[in-house]
Design a binder for this molecule. Structure first.
Ligand code: NAD
Ligand code: DAU
Length: 333
């Protein structure tokens, strides 16, 4: 039986991934190690708790002895665990260094000592920095991170690379563009705008609203990770993206239109410091070498996603009732 350690599996992408894999591979076994930080949420995994092939362990990827103990039986390690929000990294970078760089190094050490078959690092297109009006991020684009978040992810990527080059650890790194879909914490653009629009609250658009992101449905990201896990060539980096560039303001207007709300809710606010202007992924490598391509069109994906948040208002209300309120006050009022 294949045994896989997933870290950060109670977050947005990790929980979608665990659901997808349990469904697709009923004979694989999964351990989910997650610290349940402000955005880790066991409700993202409701319905699968009793699956005999799934175990949840609450813990920190920085905790060496715990990580060694858990990893002893594992064939594969997939590291989703991270601090992930750019705005929080601007407020307080320290925890980003700890969880994203030190945590990754603790996992790498254990993986090396215990001889895991593959260490898959879930990274981000943000490590490449910002694009002008033209061009795309390729796997050989130099790393040029601009925020403490992306710098910590770039640091982790380099550490993963170093363990491969120095210690022969079998690895892959994936660098994906912006994800959207169910279970995303409402500090991120799409769920935040849906949530505020539903509450008839202002929709805070940073700067001129013309920054561009390349959006991919989270289920397409999960399919790509599955493919890299099984077929990725040892040591390789794979970019993952939907070829779906959108300006922030267009996304916000689309959400308002879908919800039947007025554009007067839009409020332009102070820009994010160091705000990357444009991200766009060239995913030729994963498409040609591994045969992956996205299934969702943005139109279908965003309509389905809005529908999901409408159908899961309890989930949203609970998520917003905790630390979120304080964060929102600090950030936006
Ligand atoms: P998320 O913030 O929703 O979830 C992160 C999870 O990691 C949470 O469950 C949290 O409790 C856990 N965690 C944090 N620190 C931990 C620690 N020290 N030990 C154990 N668990 C810890 O994040 P997400 O959006 O699901 O992103 C998952 C991964 O994918 C991240 O590595 C992120 O950099 C990467 N990524 C995200 C996107 C995106 O658009 N969301 C795009 C590309 C890559
Ligand atoms: O590109 C992949 C990255 O995408 C991931 O690595 C990150 O973990 C993930 O958070 C995301 O980063 P972004 O900074 O692009 O996502 P965010 O949702 O925070 O912002 C998307 C865009 O929307 C960005 O240009 C900032 C803007 N924005 C965001 C918020 C939260 C606003 O205009 N207003 C807002 O309130």
């Amino acid at each position: 039986m294949v045994k896989i350690l997933v870290t950060g599996g109670a977050g947005f992408i990790g929980s979608n991934f665990v659901r997808y894999m349990l469904d697709k591979y009923p004979d694989y076994e999964f351990i989910n190690l997650d610290l349940l930080t402000y955005c880790g949420n066991l409700e993202n995994l409701s319905g699968i708790e009793d699956n005999p092939n799934y175990t949840f362990i609450k813990g920190d990827i920085c905790h060496k002895s715990l990580v060694h103990e858990i990893m002893a039986e594992m064939d594969y390690v997939i590291n989703f665990a991270a601090e992930t929000h750019v705005d929080r990294s601007i407020e307080d970078p320290e925890i980003f260094i700890k969880s994203n760089i030190l945590g990754t190094q603790v996992l790498l050490d254990a993986a090396r000592e215990l001889g895991v078959e593959k260490f898959l690092q879930i990274s981000t297109d943000e490590v490449y920095g910002s694009l002008g009006e033209s061009g795309y991020f390729r796997e050989d684009t130099p790393l040029a991170a601009n925020s403490p978040y992306s710098a910590s992810k770039a640091g982790a990527d380099l550490m993963v690379r170093a363990y491969h080059k120095t210690f022969d650890l079998p690895i892959n790194i994936t660098r994906c563009s912006n994800n959207y879909g169910p279970y995303q914490f409402p500090e991120k653009l799409i769920p935040l705008m849906i949530s505020n629009a539903l509450a008839d609250e202002a929709l805070p658009v940073y700067g001129d609203g013309l920054n561009v992101r390349d959006w991919l449905h989270v289920h397409d990201h999960c399919r790509a990770i599955d493919q890299v896990l099984h077929d990725g060539k040892n040591g390789e980096v794979y970019n993952i993206g939907g070829n779906n560039e959108k300006k922030n303001i267009d996304i916000v207007k689309l959400i308002l239109k879908n919800l039947g709300k007025d554009e007067s809710l839009i409020k332009y606010v102070k820009d994010r410091p160091g705000h990357d202007r444009r991200y766009a992924i060239d995913s030729t490598k994963i498409q040609t070498e591994l045969g992956w391509k996205p299934k969702y069109t943005f139109e279908t994906g965003i309509a389905e996603t809005i529908e999901w948040y409408l159908d899961n208002r309890d989930w949203m209300d609970k998520v917003k009732s905790g630390e979120y309120q304080e964060y929102y006050e600090r950030m936006y009022r």
